[in-house]
Design a binder for this molecule. Sequence first.
Ligand code: NAD
Length: 265
Amino acid sequence: MPNLKDKSIVITGATGGIGAAIAEALAADGAAITVADLNQEAAEKGAAAIKAAGGSAIGVGVDVRQRDQVRAMLDKAAETFGRVDVLFNNAGVAQTRPFLSITEEDWRFVTDVNALGVLIGMQEAVKTFRRQAEAGHGGGKIINTASIAAKQGYEPLAHYCASKFAVVAMTQAAARAFGKEGITANCFCPGVVATPMWEVIDKGFRDEKLTTKENEAFDSFAATAVLGRASQPADLVGVARYLASSDSDFMTGQSLMVDGGMVFI
Ligand SMILES: NC(=O)c1ccc[n+]([C@@H]2O[C@H](COP(=O)([O-])OP(=O)(O)OC[C@H]3O[C@@H](n4cnc5c(N)ncnc54)[C@H](O)[C@@H]3O)[C@@H](O)[C@H]2O)c1
């Protein structure tokens, strides 16, 4: 089992499906977790639940599109736990829109959170890691949540896919930019995960009259996984644990597919 004891790990979107599962599991491994989310109350509740289970956590409200808030989140984590070892840029939004219906406003809504938010998170994490290196604690890990949508363009999700392709591009670029400082950047790519996000996507399919029944889009996407089922948030815990631990120290710039076998690259 990789050792995460006392690692200070910041997770954005940590009150949602995948982020919450990772936060709880890594806290149980002994990491100190900063539960960060747009919904501050939910972030504080998530941290309280981790503490009630014997873990170490704080809850922080953050809008990942706002640099000052991202800065404050990392500063709060460093102040509380002594440093930041890992930042998971996991917050994201999705929207179902037929290709010709995507407006400029839709594009900005999705890419501002999923791409600009990740850029800002990565930039501010590197600044934190550099300050820590000056104080004698070098290195640092950035882990981004990409998607199967970072590898394939799906018709009514073009702007979402573009935002996730951008995550892979930024992960590779950052790996090249900061590798010599011992700072790594990797991402993992979930498939179809049963979370509130998929409820939004599935409803979007029905609203756009692309499907008629609840869960029809979810089930038909999930049916393409060769392992024969949709993912649960817990299916992403193993890869998150690996990427956050020293076991992945010699890996950077990579995107790991953890999708039950939907996209082979
Ligand atoms: N559910 C899937 O099938 C799936 C598949 C591949 C990738 N992903 C990615 O996984 C990540 C987590 O998604 P999820 O399925 O757990 O979704 P979710 O909707 O359950 O959780 C997303 C979280 O992000 C938060 N968030 C949204 N905008 C934010 C902002 N501006 N600032 C801070 N927090 C914000 C939300 O409040 C929510 O808690 C996302 O990046 C998503 O794109 C999900």
